[in-house]
Ligand binder design. Structure first.
Ligand SMILES: Nc1ncnc2c1ncn2[C@@H]1O[C@H](COP(=O)(O)OP(=O)(O)OP(=O)(O)O)[C@@H](O)[C@H]1O
Length: 393
């Protein structure tokens, strides 16, 4: 049994413009201890999907369908008491904006201790010691001093670490991190990602990482799900996603990551913008932006299918690699093959390609799992790809 199973999750917001289906029939699962990414452009529904896990969707929003199971328990059926226990003890969330999570009138230490007290984890001296050791675990240089600091006395990176320490204080099995590195300096970002990878291993904590930045995914995730207009369009182990993307949207996102040896002045982004979620396009939601769209794409909604079999992904089954594109159900007349050019740090090309017209992905140094992080290179070096967070938006 997976740690977390999400089946057919559907979340709506009732707005003046109409019903926004922010998450629509969304399914995935996370195993114990794994680092799983949900990636996509702004407005794809990543945060709404994450908030739903802790039942934090508020009016005018509502979870209208689907199931969320945590270690087999039905989260949507929890009583208020069970929910209170679940939040923090089983699953915790840390948002991009530390200011929104840390109360300015209490010290960092007081906030971590209070979280532990509220969840019956520790009180008094034991809570203080545990808080300081957590601040140390998230690599805050002087944890004793950070303990007595007010949030405004911490830098952005340190405040983000304090938020993560708070989220970890009740030893959750699942830590949800929503854009944890956005807005941070490249070097700090790389250090934080390293800390997260270490934490996941040491605490055996699963991480759901929400990001628009595929570079971040390459740095620290095991598997990833690409989300577009409320739906999963591709799911795969990270290496496979980078080296063998099977959805044109994923390939488009990959093409906008700067990389070593990239001589382009401007990085291509996926053309166009995400659809209005009140009135999503018919057929494949991505078809108006897709360079390969054929007639069938405008009329028929592609299901998420396993690439190996071409069959829909059964509920509760973890696919190796799945994609929601007519290409993989044989409905497209022309075939899609992306050219993937891997450029190593010596600038050598090794192109693995079946080649095709107008391939969009070319070069993926971010996928190399050689342990090298951006902090080993100059932050403003255009060849490091370190500022991909800004540019891939
Ligand atoms: N409180 C709300 N009221 C109305 N609609 C909302 C609300 N919150 C979210 N939405 C809708 O849900 C969609 C998905 O929002 P969500 O925040 O999950 O996107 P995201 O992928 O996390 O993007 P970002 O990275 O910008 O946060 C939005 O485009 C918006 O239409």
């Amino acid at each position: 049994m997976a740690l977390l199973e999400v089946d057919d999750l559907t979340v709506q917001f009732y707005t003046e413009d109409g019903v926004v289906r922010a998450v629509d029939g969304f399914s995935y699962e996370i195993e114990r201890g794994e680092t799983f990414a949900i990636v996509g452009e702004s407005g794809a529904g990543k945060s709404v999907a994450s908030l739903s896990l802790l039942r934090l969707i508020e009016r005018p929003g509502e979870i209208v369908d689907g199931e969320i199971r945590f270690r087999g328990r039905d989260v949507l059926g929890f009583s208020q008491d069970e929910l209170r226990q679940f939040r923090g003890n089983d699953a915790a969330i840390a948002f991009q904006n530390p200011e929104a999570m840390l109360d300015p009138v209490y010290t960092v230490g007081e906030q971590i201790v209070e979280t532990m007290r509220a969840h019956d984890i520790a009180t008094g001296e034991a809570a203080r010691d545990r808080a300081i050791s957590l601040l140390e675990r998230v690599d805050i240089a002087d944890p004793e001093s950070a303990y007595t600091d007010y949030p405004h006395e911490l830098s952005g990176g340190m405040a983000q670490r304090a938020v993560i320490a708070t989220a970890l204080s009740c030893d959750p099995d699942l830590l949800i991190l929503d854009e944890p590195t956005t807005g941070l300096d490249v070097t700090i970002q790389a250090q934080l990602l390293e800390t997260l990878t270490d934490l996941a291993e040491t605490f055996d904590t699963a991480i759901q990482l929400v990001t628009h930045d595929l570079g971040v995914v390459a740095d620290c995730c095991d598997r990833a799900l690409v989300m577009y207009a409320g739906r999963a369009v591709e799911r795969a182990p990270v290496e496979e996603l980078f080296y063998d993307p099977s959805h044109p949207y994923t390939a488009g996102l990959l093409a906008s990551i700067p990389r070593i040896g990239d001589g382009r002045d401007r990085l291509p982004a996926v053309p166009g913008s995400p659809p209005d979620l009140v009135q999503v396009p018919t057929g494949c939601r991505f078809h108006p932006r897709c360079p390969y769209a054929e007639d069938v794409c405008a009329t028929r909604d592609p299901k998420l299918v396993e690439l190996e079999t071409g069959n829909p992904v059964p509920d509760g089954r973890r696919p190796d690699h799945a994609s929601a594109c007519h290409e993989h159900t044989g409905n497209l007349e022309g075939g899609l093959d992306y050219e993937v050019r891997i450029v190593d740090d010596r600038g050598n090309d090794s192109t693995d390609s079946s080649g095709q017209d107008g391939a969009v992905s070319d070069g993926l140094d971010g996928a190399e799992s050689d342990g090298q992080t951006d902090d080993e290179t100059a932050p403003d070096d255009p060849e490091t790809g370190g500022d991909h967070g800004e540019r891939s938006r």
